[in-house]
Structures are given as C-alpha cells and as structure tokens.
Design a protein around this ligand. Structure first.
Ligand code: PHE
Length: 355
C-alpha cells in the first residue's frame, strides 16, 4: 500500500501540465485504473484481509483525488500567470486621431463668443428652453395681441384637458433670460446667455431649432455709446479683423427703445462673401436700450437703472465666419459634414490664438 501511495503521489507531483495530469488521473482512478483494479481484487480476499485492505484503499483513493485537484489548481494558476505575462495593453498610448470626434461648429463658436465677452466682464446666464409665456412675451413688453407673437411662429406646449392657463412655449428667443437674470441677480448686471431657441420655420437659412446668444448690461448710466463700443469690439475680435465697419440701422423691438439692427460691411464679389470690404451690408444682430417696462417687469426701478441688450444668431455667425453654406446641415448629424466642419478637441479657442 505504501509503495502504491508513493508511486502515484510522485506521478501527480511530476505531471507537467493539465493533459499529463489527466493521464495520471485515468491511470490511477479511472474505471480501468490501478486503484479500481485493486478494489476489484477485494472480492477474492478472505474477510479479515478485506477488512484491513478496503479502508486503506478508500483512504488512498480520497488522498489521490485531493492531490490531483490541488495539482490541477496549481497548474491553472501557473498557466494564467504565464498568459498575463505575455498579454498586455499599454493604456497610456494615445488614441488613434482618425477615430477622434470633433467639436461641432455651434459649440466652437459658442465658446469663442463666451470667451470674448468674459474678457469684457460678462458672466454666462441660463434659462429654460420650455418657457412660460410671461417670460417669453409679456415681461418683454410683447402684449397678447402684439403681432410679434405671430411673427415668431411659436411652438406651443399642450396643456392637460380642462387646464386653461396659457400654454408654455418653446422659447422663441433668448431674451426671456434677460428677465430671469435681472430677477435672480438684480443690478448692476452684465450677462450673456447662449442657448437653443425654436421657431416653426424651415429652409436653407432657417431651422426649427437654432441658437442665439443674448447680451444684457445694466447699470446706473449705461449708454448707447457703450452698446456700440461693445458690439464693435466683439465683432472685430470674433471675425479677427482690425477694421470692420458697422452700420447701426434704426429698427424696432418691443423690448428695446431705441432699437438698432447692426450690419457689417461686406462684398459678394465673384460669389464669395468677404467681410470688412466692399459696398454691401449684412445684418448680424438686433440690439437697443432696454425698455423701461422690461426693467419694471423684472423688478428693477427704471428711474434708477438703465441698460442695453442685444441678440444674435450663433449658427449664422458660425456660417459667416467658417464659410458654411446650409444651416440645415448643422443638425443632420452627417459624419462627413462633422469631420469637415468640426474642430479638434484640443484646439481650444483663446484670445491670443485660435479665435
Ligand atoms: N430677441 C430678438 C430676436 O430674437 C433679438 C434682440 C435681442 C433684439 C435683444 C434686441 C435686443 O430677434
């Protein structure tokens, strides 16, 4: 029995891999293995001998089985160790640039605009895209019967049946953020509010969802001259032109008085648009001095405070600056378009470079 035990335990210990170990298992414990043969011989023994040999054989079988299991586990661990040493990934390698995503022109231009106005002391303000009609219209001096409500091609949200409060709207401009900023922050105040706006309109230069940026400056003695300077400074920095003639054209908005639309000098010679030269004018934004009723609606005393406001289309500014022809393509999610007009994730705009 001792000889049997030593021989098989040595075989188990010497098995070099799992296949060899399996051969040892079959030869020792398999149906035709040595231990099984010995078990069969028990029948031919006299009872006294059988009483002595049978328990020893059973104990040997159990001991061998656990030796086999232990050796198998050890071999598996060693094989895994070996594989882990051979297979590895260097996670510090750079991603393949071919697969990198791009920054959408709207995001890029929004960053550029925020950067320029931040340098002039404007903070970023936000408001909801689903707006109540008081903030979108009434507080901005647009009465219910005012034609501007129709002009804006407003999307209305549904109310529950039986609820006859005025419906919420998808904000038609970023101007309601003027009201919210004055209510939340009081005066003096200098904010810009970039964001999505919605109007039921769709052609080459209109999309039902587009982007505006609102500007608002309130102080005790804010003037139209400051409005002009601010817009000139912004447009020159944004388009990267030292000289950019602007034309302030008298206009009308219910929430500003006086109001002006601003055009930039441009030429269309040879079918290509060039800013800063030529004899044509291109409208880029609406602006004016905040109407006293708007200040009052937002809780400011119109006798103590005055301010200017402006609003412009971010998508339109992106089209002009980067020569992008069709507004609708902005929102098609076409990868070829995004790769062509998109910006590198690491090309962060700055006032010194990259504007
Ligand atoms: N809200 C106006 C529009 O959408 C733009 C504007 C903003 C005009 C602020 C004047 C002052 O057309």
């Amino acid at each position: 029995m001792d000889d049997l035990r030593h021989r098989w335990l040595a075989e188990v210990a010497e098995a070099a891999d799992e296949a060899a170990l399996e051969r040892v298992r079959l030869a020792a414990l398999g149906k035709k293995g040595e231990i099984a043969l010995r078990m069969r011989e028990l029948g031919a023994m006299d009872p006294a001998e059988r009483m002595r040999v049978a328990p020893a054989l059973n104990a040997l079988r159990d001991e061998l089985a656990s030796a086999l299991a232990a050796r198998r586990a050890a071999l598996r661990d060693a094989a895994l160790e070996e594989r882990l040493r051979g297979e590895w990934l260097d996670l510090s390698l750079p991603a393949r640039p071919r697969r990198a995503g791009t920054i959408h022109p709207v995001s890029q231009v929004t960053e550029e605009i925020v950067l320029i106005f931040a340098a002039m002391g404007f903070a970023v303000a936000e408001g909801p895209q689903v707006e109540d009609d008081w903030h979108n219209f009434d507080a901005l001096n647009i009465a219910p019967e005012h034609p501007a409500r129709q002009e804006h091609d407003t999307f209305y949200m549904a109310r529950a049946p039986g609820d006859d409060r005025p419906p919420h709207v998808l904000r038609t401009h970023t101007s309601p953020v003027q009201i919210r900023a004055m209510q939340e922050r009081g005066a003096p105040l200098r904010v810009i509010a970039p964001g999505r706006v919605f109007r039921a309109d769709y052609d080459q230069t209109h999309s039902p969802m587009f982007h505006q940026v609102e500007g608002l400056a309130i102080d005790r003695d804010t003037t139209m001259a400051q409005l002009k300077w601010t817009l000139e400074e912004f447009l020159r920095a944004f388009f990267g032109l030292d000289r950019l003639d602007l034309r302030f054209r008298a206009s009308h908005f219910p929430f500003t008085e006086p109001s002006a639309e601003v055009d930039v000098r441009c030429s269309w010679e040879g079918g290509t648009l060039r800013l800063g030269e030529g004899d044509d004018w291109l409208e880029v934004l609406g602006s004016g001095m905040v109407h006293p009723r708007v200040l009052a609606a937002a809780g400011l005393d119109p006798e103590a405070w005055q301010g200017f406001a402006f609003g412009m289309g971010i998508d339109r500014l992106a089209m002009l600056k980067y020569g992008i022809p069709d507004l609708r393509a902005f929102f098609d999610s076409d990868l070829r378009w995004l790769r062509h007009y998109g910006f590198g994730a690491l090309e962060v705009p700055s006032l010194a470079a990259g504007l």
